[in-house]
Design a protein around this ligand. Structure first.
Ligand code: PMP
Length: 464
């Protein structure tokens, strides 16, 4: 790329950015950043800035930037065999090896994996497999899917419907009719003292059960959920939640889909979120961490229970009428194999657990008593700081004050990328697993400064 290319102008004029205020961006009112490089936990941009990426891209660059082992694996694969499809029994060495590595890391009762490109299409595959599954079982009415408010499952028509954030529905005529949303496991959002955490979990399960009864259990196919709510605010489940929810699903013959696009392959400090919380999903969706985003690849992991029905269906229906040109793309698969090996070799999941805990502990020590911090929560290498106008009532700050956006802007000016999570006043962090303790300290100190700056309290962070 020529140094003097008018790239910034082209970007404003012709590039339609996802999840961006299009008109404001074109008018030049939304900041622009053209990213040029990355190493470890840092990225660099065309203006020469070096930033600590506290969100690992979109919580996907789990092993960190600039890993030559993965780059080499991609280059070797491209030189040897850049593409072959996976239709009608074809495969590549990379895709079959990766399937084995994925299954070895998935919960024991999972038995097959289907590869796609991104989290949305993998969820789409899982929806189709579930409808297929119930058709084969002679239950054509059993098609509705329940997901949760605040859940994030993608941006497609059905997956955008499963997503429980209004921004992703607004003016797209979504959600579609087969999708219903139940309560989010967002304990902080309830009035303080209304019920204990366990009572809240029981209430979420009873709300789910009431919805199933209302709709008719014979019409509900599946329940879709992230083990930890991600984009909806980084919300670990309240005590007893999964146990109670799974009991309801079992009672009504409803499949559980664990969307592990964020949590899969180490983000919680365990290999899979399902094992971390004792979930027994019937299907699992994976993406981001599968390749650490060195190449696009996703997957749908199928349990033995679902597979047995699909197998029976194949004998009746013939070939599976579902596939993408790029299903199991060998370059993505080669990236996946190298990525999972690197995670093991460098002990990156252990680092995610240790440094993630350190980051959360330090954030609590430093900001936990701040009058404008309502809650600090996280698990593994995920951390959220929820801002409030008044911590005794948990009142949200005035939306017009844009406190979270301003805090995130302040962090950015000081070299840290954080994310203003949609639909609440939450600063989110999901750094690469290779984050060091010093980098965690830097995130915490600069977050404290940003929060103080925005609320004008002048309180300085407590020393470590
Ligand atoms: N599921 C979850 C839990 C996600 O966080 C995301 C993306 N943030 C998706 C699905 C969709 O993945 P993609 O953007 O790759 O389609």
């Amino acid at each position: 790329m020529l140094k003097n290319d008018p790239l910034e102008q082209w970007d404003r004029d012709i590039f339609l950015h996802p999840s961006t205020h299009l008109a404001e961006f074109a008018r030049g009112n939304v900041p622009q950043r053209i990213v040029t490089g990355g190493k470890g936990s840092h990225i660099t941009d065309r203006n020469g800035n070096r930033l600590l990426d506290g969100f690992a891209g979109l919580y996907c660059v789990n092993v960190g930037y600039g890993r030559q082992e993965i780059a080499e694996a991609i280059a070797d694969q491209a030189r040897e065999l850049s593409y072959y499809h996976a239709y009608v029994g074809h495969g590549t060495e990379a895709s079959v090896t990766l399937a084995k590595m994925v299954l070895d890391r998935a919960p024991d009762h999972m038995s097959k994996v289907y590869f796609g490109l991104g989290g949305s299409d993998a969820n789409e595959t899982n929806i189709k497999l579930i409808w297929y599954y119930n058709n084969i079982r002679g239950l054509p009415e059993k098609k509705k899917i329940i997901s949760r408010w605040r859940g994030y499952h993608g941006s497609g028509l059905m997956t955008g419907s499963l997503t429980g954030l209004h921004l992703f529905h607004k003016k797209f005529d979504l959600p579609m009719a087969q999708v219903l949303h139940t309560e989010a496991p967002y304990y902080y959002g309830r009035p303080k003292g209304e019920m204990t955490e366990e009572e809240f979990s029981a209430w979420c399960a009873s709300e789910l059960e009431a919805m199933i009864e209302r709709e008719g259990p014979e019409t509900i196919a599946a329940f879709w959920a992230e083990p930890v709510l991600g984009t909806g605010g980084i919300v670990p489940p309240p005590k007893g939640y999964w146990e109670k929810i799974q009991a309801v699903l079992e009672k009504y013959d409803i499949l559980l889909v664990a969307d592990e696009v964020v949590t899969g392959f180490g983000r919680l400090g365990s290999m899979m979120g399902s094992d971390h919380y004792g979930l027994k999903p019937d299907l699992i969706t994976i993406a981001k961490g599968l390749t650490s985003a060195y190449a696009p690849l996703s997957g749908s992991i199928v349990s033995d229970k679902v597979w047995k029905v699909l197998e029976q269906g194949a004998d009746e229906l013939g070939p599976l009428g579902h596939g993408w040109t790029y299903s199991a793309h060998p370059i993505g698969a080669a990236a996946g194999v190298a990525n999972l090996k690197l995670i093991d070799e460098l002990g990156l999941i252990e680092n995610a657990a240790t440094v993630g805990r350190y980051l959360n502990d330090r954030m609590r020590e430093t900001l936990g008593d701040h009058p404008n911090v309502g809650e600090i929560r996280g698990e593994g290498m995920l951390c959220a700081v929820e801002l409030t106008a008044d911590r005794s009532t948990r009142a949200a700050p005035d939306a017009g004050d844009k406190v979270t956006q301003r805090a995130v802007g302040h962090l950015l000016e000081n070299g840290i990328i954080a994310r203003a999570m949609p639909q609440a006043e939450i600063i989110g962090f999901a750094p690469p697993f290779c984050l060091t303790q010093d980098e965690a300290d830097e995130i915490v100190e600069k977050t404290a400064r940003a929060v103080n700056e925005v609320f004008g309290s002048g309180t300085s962070p407590r020393p470590a």
